[in-house]
Write a protein that binds this ligand. Structure first.
Ligand SMILES: *Cc1c(COP(=O)(O)O)cnc(C)c1O
Length: 370
């Protein structure tokens, strides 16, 4: 039985499909891995896979178990393991289920070679460290990797790298130059671009791109809104007003009394707190919508509640609908704006959606609301 506490997250699969198509329009020559790691950035792996399975060129995620579950559910497209194998069992899964596998260091390559019977071609993504300094081969270890790979003709290799600043001022130039230097006269397939590079750096598109955050309707750029990029919001977090307080000047709100009314005010208490995944660091002034009107939060976010200013929304009483982020009947608040107010990014808000929040799939947003 779902709880009657009013908080809900709604997911719009048609918006995921729209956003995937937008990625493809930006990179029309490339195929695209729909990145569904981390439970599809908090949106539900199966919801995202179902939304895209008629169209995605492939799916990218982390755990071999999840990849196998996709195969068992009938997904026939390529599936990419973004961090490669962690164990001999993963190697067997890669071979048995024809998974595409990142290899980012010699130890991992040896794990594959030791545990794999390469009787059919296995698709490997050799990951090059071009400046992010997280995962990937250096020019020295890459030479050793090529030597090992010479002995395995049954491999189908793609070169990949990951950009650290495709969304920022430095861009991709330095990393792209290093990639080209390391690739030498490589003429096989390459895969470089995340959402930011898909949208801003067409010279990186290569043979495959890897859209993640853009599928979920948030912007990879601090300075450019998702809407201006043509992205549609996918997750809407909504709740309702469960308490109203009339304040006089000098009254404080919430733990720590961090907000003080400077005039008479009407404050609404919303059934949503940090235990629902709302960021505790969102300060007073974070945007929120009530009954179709934008307003601001006041005071500290507590575990199960937060407060907002209803002074200019006198029609909003107990039960009034609230949109915390996304596009709801109570109004529209880009997740990027909430994230930026809280000093984080929409990626983190989405991934932090708490298990206690009931999630529903929106087939038809104007009809199918509970
Ligand atoms: C998560 C991830 C992506 C997707 O990045 P976005 O910024 O969400 O588009 C692409 N490539 C790799 C290797 C990743 O881990």
């Amino acid at each position: 039985m779902t709880s009657s506490r009013p908080i809900r997250a709604r997911i719009a699969p048609t918006a995921i499909l729209h956003n995937y198509r937008l990625a493809k329009r930006h990179a029309p020559q490339a195929r695209a891995w729909a990145v569904v790691k981390a439970n599809a950035y908090g949106h539900g792996q199966w919801r995202a896979v179902e939304a895209l399975c008629g169209e995605a060129d492939g799916f990218a995620l982390l755990e071999a178990e999840n990849a196998v579950a996709l195969r068992e559910a009938g997904v026939t497209q390529p599936i990419l393991l973004l961090e490669g194998v962690f164990s001999a069992r993963d190697v067997r899964a890669v071979i048995e289920h024809r998974l595409t596998c990142v290899v980012h260091c010699l130890e991992q390559l040896e794990l594959l070679v030791r545990n794999g019977q390469f009787t059919a071609p296995v698709a490997l993504y050799l990951k090059l460290n071009t400046g992010m300094n997280r995962l990937g081969f250096t020019p020295e270890t890459l030479a050793k990797a090529w030597a090992i790979l010479q002995q395995l003709p049954q491999l189908d290799v793609t070169l990949m790298t990951h950009f650290a600043e495709a969304d920022g001022e430095r861009g991709v130039g330095e990393q792209l130059a290093r990639f080209q230097g390391m690739a030498g006269d490589w003429s096989g397939p390459v895969c470089l671009a995340n959402s930011a590079a898909i949208l801003h750096h067409p010279q990186t598109h290569g043979d495959w791109v890897r859209p993640g955050i853009m599928l979920y309707g948030a912007s990879p750029f601090a300075e450019q809104s998702a809407e201006s990029l043509g992205l549609k919001p996918v997750m809407t977090l909504e709740s309702a007003i469960i308490g109203v307080q009339d304040l006089v000047a000098g009254d404080r709100v919430g733990y720590g009394g961090t907000f003080t009314a400077d005039k008479p005010m009407r404050v609404g208490v919303v059934a949503c707190g940090y235990a629902d995944g709302y960021p505790r660091h969102a300060p007073s002034g974070t945007p929120i919508a009530v009954m179709g009107r934008r307003t601001k939060t006041v005071g500290r976010v507590s575990m199960d509640m937060l407060a907002c200013d209803l002074t200019d929304i006198p029609e909003a009483g107990i039960g009034a609908p609230v949109t915390l982020w996304g596009e709801g009947l109570a109004g529209s608040v880009p997740a990027d704006e909430v994230a930026s107010a809280a000093g984080t990014i929409a990626y983190e808000l989405f991934c932090a959606l708490a298990p206690r929040v009931p999630v529903s799939t929106d087939e038809n947003p104007t009809v199918n609301r509970k």
